[in-house]
Design a protein around this ligand. Sequence first.
Ligand SMILES: [Zn+2]
Length: 323
Amino acid sequence: MIYLDRSALLKSMLAAILFPMTLIGAVALAYWLNQSHSYTPETSAVIATIAAGLWIWIWEFILPYRNAWNKTDSDLTTDTIHLAVTAMMTKFVKPLYMFILMPVVGFLGARYGSDHIWPHHWNLVCQLVLMLVLCEFGRYWFHRLSHNVQWLWRFHAVHHSPNRLYWLNAGRFHPVERLYLQIPELIPFILLNPSETVLMLYLVTNSVHGFFQHANIRTKIGLLNYVFSMTELHRWHHSKVIDQSDKNFGNILIIWDLVFGSFFLPQNKEVGVIGVLNPDYPKDYIGQIIAPFQHRKDKPLDYEQRKHFYLNQAAEHVEKATL
Ligand SMILES: [Zn+2]
């Protein structure tokens, strides 16, 4: 009996500290590799992200939120390809937007000096927090619009299509969505020109937070739920019930959901079924790449079912989805 109590206590402690410990550990690892071992910021970020990803994957088996979500099916191949494409795009999209924004950068540089807009003298953590808050504002609205504008939802549905949540879901994005989803992040970086170290810390925070946000790990982070858009909030965002999934749009922080009234954290309730409404939504990579462009009457797209839901507010739809 004493053993059981200790085990439960240990699990609740881990549920509280695992996320902050992982995020701080990954950011500190990247910083240490960069400063003490002369690795480039990019290499340091990649090593810390991979290490944190593997660490999170192990914890999915030690402290699972739902045992059934640890069962692999064809989604593993699909998500691995998505993650590889997403990672490659992150690398190549920045030069494209730098080129597009070159006139604005030139104007700001001539007027203020290229290094004078950003508070380089601030503590690095404060610089990171400032950049997170700035980038989150645009990400929040892009994401919220993606749930309400039909053609945007067509692309965003790919991210909502898995029927289980696990760490690799973090990379499941349609490449077209990835292209415009990076705009609100890249514009502040290109225009404000923070140091490479701030960019490195931002990339590690973004990737590791994303892995953990989707991880099948039982967390209970208390007041941190009012700072980070973490698992307890983000699971509702992946719910099949539309009234629940059209909430918690925050990428890393939850600040703009709190400000604009889309924060959702019901107490003592577990999320129901995860995924999109369309039972025929493709599970393979190629099928998901094509899906946003298909429009066949015999194969309705997911947005048509969402539209139907909003038009009718069908109560039985909610009941079915929460089974
Ligand atoms: Zn979404």
